[in-house]
Design a protein. Structure first.
Length: 191
């Protein structure tokens, strides 16, 4: 999981500023390392590992004392839970559907906070990327969505995905921001 450098943050902020200068709509870029902590998954897998070990011990060692079985279960739980706290492993055990759902929810929260909640009520879009989940979302307000077909946003996401597969996620975000700015400029020229 990659974290953005200071220079990458500066470039993304500059892309937002360029959009603001070129269009009367708002473009928000939001990049997060993870869209959720997924705290329960290591615990669940640790508990399952402990129970599985206890069942195996009961089958293979029927004379094992309850205290020894409990300690073996507790150690298995602790070790598995601790190992699965490492973010790359944690992301492997979280179902893809869950990761996508969390990223989508966070994208909509960013959109609500940074587009809908603004006093000037400018139309806009949020371009959201969750680096750990390898997910990107574009959320547009009702007015923008009525003017720009979904296929345009899908093409931008596909282009970003190509960049991301090559290990150039930030370049992909910058290209996506530039394309989004052009789309917004076409429908919402600067005043």
């Amino acid at each position: 999981m990659k974290h953005l450098t200071h220079d990458e943050h500066v470039k993304l902020h500059a892309a937002e500023q360029a959009a603001e200068a070129q269009t009367s709509a708002r473009l928000v870029l939001a990049v997060v390392p993870l869209s959720d902590r997924y705290a329960l998954y290591p615990i669940i897998y640790g508990a399952l590992a402990g129970l599985l070990l206890l069942g195996l011990l009961a089958l293979l060692l029927p004379d094992l004392t309850l205290r020894d079985g409990f300690f073996a279960t507790a150690i298995a739980f602790f070790v598995v839970s601790l190992v699965l706290e490492w973010p790359p492993l944690k992301l492997l055990i979280v179902p893809k559907k869950v990761k996508h759902h969390h990223a989508r929810e966070m994208a909509h929260r960013v959109f609500a906070a940074r587009i809908l909640a603004q006093a000037d009520k400018k139309p806009g879009i949020a371009l959201f990327a969750a680096l750990g989940e390898r997910t990107v979302e574009i959320v547009a307000d009702r007015d923008v969505h009525s003017r720009v077909p979904q296929s345009v946003w899908d093409a931008i996401i596909a282009d970003f995905s190509d960049f991301a597969r090559k290990g150039r996620a930030v370049d992909g975000l910058l290209a996506a921001a530039e394309t989004c700015t052009k789309v917004l400029e076409e429908h919402y020229p600067a005043k």
